[in-house]
Design a protein around this ligand. Structure first.
Ligand SMILES: Cc1cc2nc3c(=O)[nH]c(=O)nc-3n(C[C@H](O)[C@H](O)[C@H](O)COP(=O)(O)OP(=O)(O)OC[C@H]3O[C@@H](n4cnc5c(N)ncnc54)[C@H](O)[C@@H]3O)c2cc1C
Length: 391
């Protein structure tokens, strides 16, 4: 959230401010209509709502700079917004503020396969980047579960990660350079087209700064060569602790899977009800999804070793999917876990915890006990429990 200090009670000449925006961006890129503003009153953290005073939709860096300069001139706070899927209220407007929405800036500006980089506007949807280069055997690694709807600009601001962050890192590890508009409207470029530039790591400072340092208008991303082979293992367990212990065992064995995620019985059944993958064992207390990728021999060796570790830690069954459609089916459920909870309850509060790997079994046991001892009653349903997904 980029704001400039001002009193909430400041009297503003909104008609004049709107006219300035209309001159700079065009009439259709500005709104003050209440019903349109309603769409922007919250992001994915729906418990907090606040309608902005004005919404603007710039399409170029110059227009973003012009919009920010107007805010600066009129001493109006502003907040940047991408697709509005954030879960921490970062795109929540302030009262009496301008919301600068970069979603319409959705062009892929340059694909440079030779040097493995792609330059995009901030409104480009995360998985469009992979779609743009997959035909040539490349992909963009950061893959938040919201990747089919969230924007790269939002990913940069939140330093988003996903299933593959275990092996490939989060957004900051894949951003080479940024063009951005500072809170006074100046346009600057930081980083570049190669990693590890000399001087201060300003790109590292900006990525993850949650929109507080400026509005990003162009992003140069690193893309990776697609692995030759990918396999996904599904292991099912009769205890959450055993699944947690397996996570520790795999990492301790020196294997870094491309992704490793866990779902408890509550979560996997919620997902099966909605997505119907037909591959999650509904009677399992917990399941682990473990992806390995690389050269064929490397994948085969890791796959066998992981399957053995799962069995040694009490897995009832381990199944392996290598065909793309089978792998997607296994991941589809996990990726839909958040949305699936909507069927169970009108409200769902997500907590991201960071737990030392060796403490996983203990913490999971405690979470399960808390869930069992906490009854929640709603008019429409009565449920007991917590849903746990781990990555
Ligand atoms: C179902 C679901 C699953 C999710 N899964 C994951 C996950 O696996 N991993 C994960 O990390 N997150 C996840 N998220 C959270 C969210 O999708 C990510 O944080 C995502 O990066 C937000 O992108 P957005 O375009 O929606 O940003 P918004 O919500 O619009 O904005 C997020 C922040 O970025 C700032 N911002 C937006 N655009 C710009 C810009 N151009 N310049 C500067 N600042 C800007 C905003 O001011 C705000 O502070 C999930 C959310 C949902 C709803």
């Amino acid at each position: 959230m980029v704001t400039q200090l001002s009193s909430p009670k400041t009297q503003r000449d909104w008609p004049k401010i709107v006219r300035d925006f209309e001159v700079a961006l065009g009439k259709r890129s500005v709104t003050r209509r209440k019903e349109e503003l309603l769409v922007y009153e919250c992001d994915g953290l729906t418990s907090y709502r606040q309608r902005p005073a004005v919404v603007v939709w710039p399409r170029t860096t110059a227009q973003v700079a012009a919009a920010v300069k107007i805010c600066d001139r009129h001493n109006v706070p502003f907040v940047a917004r991408g697709a509005g899927t954030g879960l921490s209220g970062g795109a929540l407007p302030l009262e009496d503020a301008v919301l600068i929405v970069t979603a319409p800036m959705n062009q892929i500006l340059k694909v440079d396969l030779e040097n493995q980089r792609v330059t995009v506007q901030p409104g480009v949807i995360n998985n469009w980047v992979t779609q743009a280069v997959s035909g040539a055997g490349f992909y963009y690694a950061p893959d938040p579960s919201s990747q089919s709807v969230c924007s790269v600009g939002g990913n940069v601001a939140e330093n988003s990660g996903g299933v593959h962050c275990l092996k490939y890192g989060v957004t900051t590890n894949h951003v080479l350079g940024l063009k951005l508009v500072l809170p006074n409207g100046d346009i600057v470029e930081i980083g570049g087209t190669v990693p590890e530039q000399p001087g201060y790591d300003l790109t590292g400072v900006f990525v993850g700064s949650e929109g507080t340092l400026g509005i990003v208008t162009e992003i140069t991303l690193r893309i990776l060569k697609s692995p030759e082979v990918i396999s996904v293992l599904l292991a099912d367990f009769t205890s959450v602790e055993a699944a947690g212990a397996t996570v520790s065992a795999v990492i301790s064995a020196g294997i870094i899977p491309a992704g490793m995620e866990m779902m408890d019985n509550f979560s996997l059944n919620a997902v099966e009800d909605v997505v119907q993958t037909a591959c999650y064992p509904r009677d399992a207390t917990a399941i682990l999804l473990i992806e390995v990728d690389g050269l064929p021999a490397e994948v085969a060796a890791s796959r066998d070793r992981i399957a053995a570790l799962c069995k040694a830690n009490g897995a009832r069954q381990v199944t392996v999917a290598t065909a793309p459609e089978e792998r997607l089916r296994l991941w589809k459920g996990r990726k839909a876990a958040f949305a699936a909870m909507g069927k169970l309850s009108p409200d769902y509060y997500v907590q991201d915890g960071v737990i030392p790997r060796t403490q996983l079994p203990y913490v999971l046991q405690e979470i399960e006990a808390l869930g069992q001892n906490t009854a929640i009653e709603w008019p429409m349903c009565s449920m007991r429990g917590t849903a746990t997904c781990i990555h």
